[in-house]
Design a protein around this ligand. Sequence first.
Ligand code: GLN
Length: 483
Amino acid sequence: MHQMTLAEIARGLADKKFSSEELTKVLLARITQLDPQINSFISLTEELALEQAKAADVRRANGESGALLGAPIAHKDLFCTQGIRTSCGSKMLDNFKAPYDATVVSKLAAAGTVTLGKTNMDEFAMGSASESSWYGAVKNPWNLEHVPGGSSGGSAAAVAARLLPAATATDTGGSIRQPAAFTNLTGLKPTYGRVSRWGMIAYASSLDQGGPLARTAEDCAILLQGMAGFDPNDSTSIDEPVPDYAAGLNGSLQGLRIGVPKEYFGAGLDPRIADLIQNSIKELQKLGAVIKDISLPNMQHAIPAYYVIAPAEASSNLSRFDGVRFGHRCADPKNLEDLYKRSRGEGFGPEVQRRIMVGAYALSAGYYDAYYLKAQKIRRLVKNDFMTAFNEVDIILGPTTPNPAWKLGAKNSDPVAAYLEDVYTITANLAGLPGLSMPAGFVDGLPVGVQLLAPYFQEGRLLNVAHQYQLNTDWHTRTPTGF
Ligand code: GLN
């Protein structure tokens, strides 16, 4: 039962082969049995799950239908869930029960999803390995000595280990696509503004975007359908109609123009990954796609720009955690300043503290123009590169990551080494474009992802290309041994 995709679950529920309650019990038991190996959950919500499953079964019995009605999922632990701990992977919020549901959570609940729990993540979504969580590192089901990627590593590891079919995640600089690549999943970062950020704990507000992590493009289409749409509570949400993503999966790829940027194949890319990406290009050519060589000349400046902008926004966003209103408060503060200093010093881990300091420095008087303003100018150049490229091509294709999943702890002493691994993913966040990662093969038993990027609001095109690719390849069907 645990091998089923969301699409298969929807068919099974519609055909009355099993109930949502039966499926939910099977998956909860599987999580209890197997999750200690990978640490993908921070909280399990068994009672809520069984209640939602029973309610979904009643709705179906009363004639309602819908691809998400009775579908078990989990939420990354930065989506606020009313009355349930919402920790953001931090000691700072270990005691925080959100007073309301994030829009993503309430929309999916209304569609009939069953919430099995909240998934582990890098503290405040800062990281690429899911090792900075206060609740301990997440492990990659493909090799328990390796990281699952981050920051949505808990969602990715749980889906890869078949503990559940799909989960929500967020992507500020790659945190949906990179863990998808590291765990053999399909993950979609939508256009900035496509999915509401209301109730999603902010890391870098101009870059953050929620999206689906699942095994197939078809399942990403189903989950995105339940997440996307205008939300008046989020001032950056865009009032653009949401297409029927599942209905768009079967378009032909005949004549599809795929741009392959030369900058994505430079030094630093593992040559074995380069070969697998070439194979996926050949596969898409067989389906009728036409390949064009393109250039994104400002890509080399994207990492330094991102690692100024994201920490700058983070330093501002995280100032709300002051020990006064919610979250961790130090014991016996001597005065207000002592309260701030010790509450924040005790509540935030080292990576979060590092980013707050970098961000506060970049925003301070005298440095603002040199760092923050300069980074914003680079951001515009990166966006302009994409706009020029999309005059000639329909999608852009390249590797998701330069290397496969590294060993736990391998980059802990060198944060910049980890930042450099984001080279292919952060440009889409700087430009606000949609991006998808899908399975493309293995290197030393570890999964490799191929990334597709599209113009604004062309999530449907990404899902269509990925679905056609998955109808003709079987990488996405491989299961990690032991799960
Ligand atoms: N690795 C990037 C960072 O640490 C991206 C994280 C994310 O997308 N949340 O900022």
